[in-house]
Design a protein. Structure first.
Ligand SMILES: [Zn+2]
Length: 84
């Protein structure tokens, strides 16, 4: 997948990153269809939060659930969701 990344120098780039994997039985994978940049992202961009490796920007998003872990009961593949 492609991702907008920022590194410790404040440089922003679009990079090819590994496809996500379920983080655990109560997690989900969401295909992001739109996202926004918030104040937390700006802290990374402006160096207020030091980063030792590149960080993906745009953690507030809307998208479609692709896969859920076995403990997830509220959502299923195909649901449109908001991620904050
Ligand atoms: Zn945020």
């Amino acid at each position: 997948m492609r991702s907008v990344m920022v590194d410790g120098s404040g440089r922003v780039s679009v990079e090819q990153r590994p496809d996500p994997e379920l983080p655990g039985p109560d997690g989900a994978i969401v295909e992001v269809t739109a996202t926004a940049i918030c104040g937390s992202d700006l802290h990374f961009l402006e160096g207020h939060y030091p980063v030792t490796e590149p960080v993906a920007l745009g953690h507030e998003a809307i998208g479609v659930v692709v896969e859920t872990g076995p403990a997830v009961e509220s959502f299923s593949a195909g649901d449109r969701v908001l991620v904050s």
